[in-house]
Design a protein around this ligand. Structure first.
Ligand code: BG6
Ligand code: MG
Length: 215
């Protein structure tokens, strides 16, 4: 077991907070406009990837091409659906174990970062009132190459002053696990049993995480 862990990097949607379902419904509404069938299984392929790449995938699924203008309009609409659905988001939407792990990590001097593809990450973290637990936030506005590229996590580690082998990445999506492994991080899968074979360790939720094993 790697006892050299000095930093924890958390994906946002589906790891810290319950927003994955909101993304799904917003994409479902967008697919309906396009007349492309879209269900929760299809949505698995979108988890973790950027807004632009998600719309490209939906168009691929429906074998459709649209104008650049329509593409941008649908991105805007999807975000409008999404933001409308999270207006009331608050600490009750945190996933199990999140708050106590952040408190324990901070208390023990471990650095914490967010590594998210979402361009809404800072807004959501402020609604959840948990920004103060993180010394670093890297989101979809900060990277040139979205997940599954490791840039978001590499930037997160660098900004914490750590190297990848000193950090754990917590992820709920295939694209995020690929990004973490490609960057040389320990990857812990959370809340998505489909990740089990691809991660260093799998947990149903963050209540099951034992910091003493790693730090
Ligand atoms: C990821 C989510 O965290 O962010 C995806 O897993 C989402 O479902 C992506 O599409 C981009 O989010 P946003 O908020 O920038 O549209
Ligand atoms: Mg996620």
């Amino acid at each position: 077991m790697n006892k050299q862990i000095k930093g924890l990097i958390f994906d946002l949607d589906g790891v810290l907070v319950t927003t994955e379902h909101n993304h799904f419904i917003a994409w479902k509404n967008t697919s309906d406009i396009l007349g492309i069938p879209f269900d929760e299984e299809d949505n698995e392929q979108l988890k973790g990837i950027s807004r632009v790449d998600s719309l490209k995938k939906i168009l691929e699924m429906g074998k459709k091409t649209i104008s650049e203008e329509m593409f941008n309009e649908l991105l805007r609409k999807k975000n409008e659906f999404y933001l409308n659905s999270i207006q009331e988001i608050n600490q009750s939407n945190l996933l199990p174990g999140v708050l106590s792990l952040l408190q324990t990590a901070n208390f023990n001097g471990l650095k914490c970062a967010v590594g998210s593809s979402s361009k809404n990450a800072r807004f959501i973290l402020s609604k959840l009132q948990i920004e103060n637990y993180f010394s670093v936030i890297v989101d979809g506005n900060d990277v040139s190459f979205p997940k599954p590229h490791p840039e978001v996590f590499i930037r997160g580690a660098e900004l914490m002053g750590l190297i990848p082998s000193e950090c754990i990445v917590f992820e709920d999506a295939q694209s995020g696990v690929q990004a973490a492994k490609a960057g040389g991080f320990t990857a812990i899968g959370v809340g998505n049993p489909a990740l089990m074979d691809f991660v260093d360790s799998y947990l149903p939720n963050l209540n099951e995480f034992s910091l003493e094993e790693y730090a």
